[in-house]
Design a protein around this ligand. Sequence first.
Ligand code: COA
Length: 259
Amino acid sequence: MPYEFLTVEVADRIATVTINRPDKLNALNARVLEELDVVFTAFATDPLVAAVIVTGAGRAFVAGADIAEIAGHDAAGLEQMSAKGQAIFNRIERLTKPVIAAVNGFALGGGCELALACHIRVASEHAKFGLPEVKLGLMPGYGGTQRLPRLVGKGRALRLILSGEQIDATEAYRIGLVDVLATAKTLHEEAKSLALQFAKNGPVAVARTIEAVNDGFDRLADDALALEARLFGSLGSTKDMAEGTAAFLAKRPAQFTGE
Ligand code: COA
C-alpha cells in the first residue's frame, strides 16, 4: 500500500516509521490510523525488521486524534472510532519486536496514547505530553485511561487526564512516562542505539519476553508466573538458546538466527 502519511525506512534491521502530516501536527485521522495498522501488520512477519522506531515529522510527534473528524461523530461513531484506534494500538503494543517512540514534540491525546502503546519512550527537550481531551468535552479513547495509570500510577494519571495539562519531557521522565531523556540532536541516535541493542539479542527470546510482560501484566501473580515459566520453557527448544549458551561458554559472540 502506498502511504500518504507515513514514511517508512529500514536500515540495520531497524524500521523507522515517521508520521508525516506536519501541517496538522500529525493528527491521527482515519487514514493515518489505517496506514499504521498496515505497516505494523507487515512488521510482524518481516524478517528484515528486528525493532521499530516511531516518530513524527516537524514540530509534533502526534497532536492527537483528528479533532475535525471527531467533531462529525455521534455516540455510535465515537465508540467505533475508539474501538478501532484501540485495536491498532494493541497491535503496536503486541508486536513481538521492540517498539520505541522517539517523541520529538507534542504527544497529546492520541499522540500520548500512541507513545504509551510503544514499549519504550525516548523524548527530546521539545516533547510535550498530555491528555487534553477533557478540555474538548471528551476523554481519552485510545487506551489512555488504562495504559497511563498502569505505567505511572492512578493518581499521577488522573492528575494529567483530569487537568488536561501538558507536561514537559523532564516531568514526564520524573513520573516514569518517559524512559530516556535526549535532545533534539540526539533523539534519533538514542532511539536507534536502544533498538540496535535489542536487535542484537535472540529474536525468539525478545519476542517471548514482550509476550510475558504484556500478557502477564494484568494477571494474578501465580498465573503470571506460570505464564513466564511456560514461555521460559519454550525457549529450551530453540536454536537461539543453544547458540546463546554455547557462545557464552566458548567465549565468543552469539550468532542468533531467530529459530
Ligand atoms: N486535530 C486536528 N487538527 C489539529 C490537531 C488535532 N488534534 N492538532 C493541531 N491541529 C492543526 C490545527 O488545527 C492547525 O491547522 P490549521 O493550520 O489548518 O488551522 C495546525 O494543526 C497547527 O496547529 P495550531 O493549533 O495552529 O498550532 P499551535 O502551535 O498554536 O498549537 C497545539 C499547538 C498542539 C497546542 C494545538 O494545536 C492543540 O491544542 N491541538 C489539539 C491537541 C488536542 O486537544 N489533542 C487531543 C485531541 S482528542
